[in-house]
Design a protein around this ligand. Structure first.
Ligand code: SAM
Length: 245
């Protein structure tokens, strides 16, 4: 069946490979496109995520769906030589671009690179002080499993932070934003990366993603406590945080 915007809805079993194709094709251009498409604002969203993480020297951090490693880069400096950061992603191309970027930035021995699916994380229970997933959860087929897997891998007292596109709070902003994402974005994708389809997928996946309240409930259902969220840029993005007690 087709969605509200007339795009063919992707069946669940095809979604994973669709996501893989998208990120293989955008990996090399990913950082440039991020800056372009968000007018650089994704840097502020990520900075707030870092500030709310509570990460300290010696901590163990997982950045799942970490892609090209923006958060990992900052965490690696925060945890210091006695801490560790795991940059994990399901996609090999994204991981490779991430690793090259981190090495270019002088990131050393406290970062590990792991190819992993958020739905079934390959880490022991209670491994991490903090787990982040930034602009990744909406690509995951089984979000409930992913949130449970993250909660399981978190140490008691640890935090999960989900940075993700959400629902604009103001109808006018919402309209402008739809125009932007469904018209302008695919054209920019075509011009800059020669690839309109990936950016059409991006707009579509944003539209389908659970809103603020729904995601909060999903995190609670996964066993996280004191779940709260902050709207950023009028709710275009939201930062959710939950604690494992
Ligand atoms: N976190 C980075 C950032 O904020 O710049 C990258 C975000 S990028 C939009 C989304 C990433 O999620 C891609 O690198 C993709 O390969 C990854 N991804 C998609 N599905 C995944 C899954 N099931 N498990 C782990 N990573 C996944």
């Amino acid at each position: 069946h087709t969605t509200h915007f007339g795009y063919q809805e992707v069946p669940v079993d095809e979604k994973a490979s669709r996501v893989a194709d998208v990120f293989h094709s955008v990996a090399a251009r990913y950082d440039v496109m991020n800056d372009l498409m968000s007018f650089g604002i994704h840097r502020l969203w990520k900075r707030l995520t870092i500030e709310r993480s509570g990460v300290r020297p010696g901590h163990s951090v997982l950045d799942i769906a970490g892609g090209t490693g923006d958060l990992t880069l900052k965490f690696s400096r925060m945890v210091g030589p006695r801490g560790r950061v795991v940059l994990a992603d399901i996609n090999e191309s994204m991981l490779r671009v991430g690793r090259d970027k981190l090495l270019d930035n002088g990131v050393g021995g406290n970062v590990e690179y792991v190819q992993a699916n958020a739905e079934c994380l390959p880490f022991p229970d209670n491994s991490f002080d903090c787990i982040t997933i930034a602009f990744g959860l909406r690509n995951v087929t089984d979000k409930a499993s992913a949130l449970r897997s993250m909660t399981r891998s978190l140490k008691p007292g640890g935090r999960v932070l989900v940075l993700e596109f959400s629902k604009p709070v103001n109808p006018l902003l919402s309209k402008a934003y739809d125009e932007y994402s469904f018209r302008l974005l695919p054209r920019m994708g075509q011009m800059v990366a020669g690839d309109a389809d990936s950016y059409r997928y991006l707009a579509e996946s944003i539209r389908m993603h659970p809103d603020q309240e729904t995601l909060q409930e999903m995190m609670e259902a996964a066993g996280l406590e004191r779940v709260e969220y902050t709207n950023l840029t009028g709710g275009i993005v939201a930062l959710h945080r939950g604690i494992k007690l």
